[in-house]
Design a protein around this ligand. Sequence first.
Ligand code: GUN
Length: 282
Amino acid sequence: MTANLIDGKEIAKTTRSRIKEDVEQLIEQGTIPSLTVILIGDDPASHSYVKGKERACEQAGITSVVKRHPESFTEAELVEEIRTLNEDSSVHGILVQLPLPKHIDETVVLDEISPHKDVDGFHPENVGQLLSGGEGFVPCTPLGIIEMLKLTGIEIEGKHAVIVGRSNLVGKPVGQLLLNENATVTYCHSKTKDLYKHTLDADILIAAVGRPQMIGVEGIKPGACVIDVGVNRVDGKLIGDVQFDETKEIAGWITPVPGGVGPMTITMLLHNTVLAAKRLGR
Ligand code: GUN
């Protein structure tokens, strides 16, 4: 068997045209959706991600402002800037690019962002909404994964979804979203014994560990849907968490790296920004 490829780029393109139409409609009604990104320090990967976010906003007609600060920017200065943005009615979405320099406490900073402008979905109020099935903001990568499964026509209800990785950014929220869609969810992590015992039973496998090709074909159930969230740079090449070449021969569906989950993450940031603009109005 050869797996069907889930083309994240193509799905993202279609979704972004729909978002662009929403933006046009909002602008006609007098609201220009607007995102402010705060970037501290000079980590090349973060600068590159933020450039991608800026470009995507521009293409969708969303105003984007990037506030770039040196590594020496203090936690107090950052908190002050977030409070000003919280009060600014022309700003709908606020995103603080992670990771932050060591002298800044991430929790303190994320808690300061107004939950109504928290397009990353990292504020405790939004995390709580996700747990209770409420209407808060959902983190972009997990939301992108669910969108991708739905738009590909992959059934979630009643399926056994196995998540490898338990980060706050991806593993935990994607498991919760799958649970909200009535999947049976298993979380695996670095202390899990006999990992493949679990993954071999997965109808939907989400690999989000951040270790290149950690999951081998011997851990994949034939016909499974394999979503690879890993973005590992090895010798200048991007490699996923799953052994792609071998796995694609037995899986039912698989996402490539790059071109799978990645394009959907930024797309969901656009989605969340438009949602914030709709909710907050002008
Ligand atoms: N750094 C890597 N991924 C993300 C993300 O989704 N949001 C933010 N704010 N920072 C990140």
